[in-house]
Design a protein around this ligand. Structure first.
Ligand SMILES: [Zn+2]
Ligand SMILES: [Zn+2]
Length: 339
């Protein structure tokens, strides 16, 4: 089969490799679409302790074409979305219901062969049958599963208002999820005008472009601050500024992936005195079913977020787009190995 491999940091090669055969309890999926994500760029750079060579790609949807021994509930021909997180189920973290922190953490496209290939193997338990969705929509189950975990972490109060920094693909998913999880109004901030227009069309009540007049514009909108301030940028300076936009009792959600070594200055007194909550959210935790409910009900729209569908041969270009937000007007890029 054809597969894209990171052979060493910053080197991507398209190779012909043997197609895998499913072992007991595994299924083989003919990949229909795999989303390109910031994590793929980190792996390409050799971060996340990547064991190379690696076939990346963890936002995977496709059709089961072989089932291994002992697989129940699934059959050949079924369209499935894959949960990439492979947890041992036995360690301290798994026993506490924190699969994404499994002490023997493995993940498709991160530590094991992923979806930038014609075929991928997955444990049957990680394959979720999909109804009424295209394979492209189903590829959003994983990023939306991360958003779902963020919402469960955040627990928005009914009727609250939110400020969201970042209108990339993840930001636009998070915005829509907030709006069907009790939040009444979301104000979205981003430097790219086209992304703000899209945010508006997907339900943002207000949009503000990053720039010198941003802080004043946000104060004019909510003089007492926002109940929720979330970011999907991974930019440390954005995180540093979040408390100043929060109302008393406000919740701050750090959703973007900042550089590992980055630090920010935040006033502990401010957090204390204004009853603020600072919340992180990592990966996804058995939240694919929730994400699929959102997708299958049509309450979250993902088609407008797809800017490109590319063959495996163009993965390098997709990674370049990801490294330079706004380049090629890219939002979500899907790799479609079958063309
Ligand atoms: Zn991802
Ligand atoms: Zn575990």
């Amino acid at each position: 089969m054809r597969a894209a491999l990171i052979t060493q940091p910053r080197t991507l090669e398209l190779q012909e490799v043997p197609a895998p055969t499913p072992g007991p309890g595994q299924v083989r999926v003919r990949v229909g679409a795999t989303g390109v994500c910031g994590t793929d760029v980190h792996l390409f750079d050799g971060h996340f302790h990547a064991r190379l060579p690696l076939i990346p790609g963890h936002e995977i949807a496709g059709v089961i074409d072989q089932v291994g021994a002992g697989v129940r509930e699934l059959e050949e021909g079924q369209l499935v979305a894959l949960d990439p997180v492979i947890a041992c189920g036995q360690c301290w973290a798994c026993r506490r219901g924190q699969r994404q922190h499994c002490l023997r953490f493995e993940a498709l496209g991160v530590t094991q062969a992923g979806g930038f290939a014609q075929y991928v193997l997955a444990p049957a338990a990680n394959a979720y049958p999909v109804r009424h969705l295209s394979v492209a929509e189903a590829a959003f189950a994983e990023p939306l599963g991360c958003v779902a975990w963020g919402i469960l972490r955040l627990r928005p109060e009914p009727g609250s208002n939110a400020l969201l920094f970042g209108a990339g693909p993840i930001g636009l998913l998070l915005m829509q999820a907030l709006l069907i999880s009790g939040v009444t109004e979301v104000t979205v901030v981003d430097p790219v005008a086209e992304r703000l227009a899209l945010a508006k069309s997907l339900g943002a009540s207000h949009t503000v472009q990053t720039g010198p007049s941003m802080a004043q514009a946000l104060r004019d909108l909510e003089p007492h601050g926002f109940d929720i301030v979330a970011e999907a940028t991974g930019i440390p300076s954005v995180v540093e500024d979040m408390p100043r936009y929060a109302a008393v009792g406000g919740k701050l959600l750090i959703f973007g992936v900042a550089p590992e070594e980055a630090t920010v200055r935040i006033s502990p007194y401010d957090i204390f005195q204004r009853d603020l909550s600072l919340i992180g959210s990592f990966s996804l935790n058995a939240t694919i079913p929730l994400a699929l409910n959102w997708l299958e009900s049509g309450r979250i729209r993902v088609e407008p977020l797809i800017s490109h569908r590319m063959p495996l041969e163009e993965l390098h270009k997709a990674l370049e787009y990801k490294e330079h937000p706004g380049m090629g007007n890219a939002l979500k890029v899907l790799i479609t190995p079958e063309g």
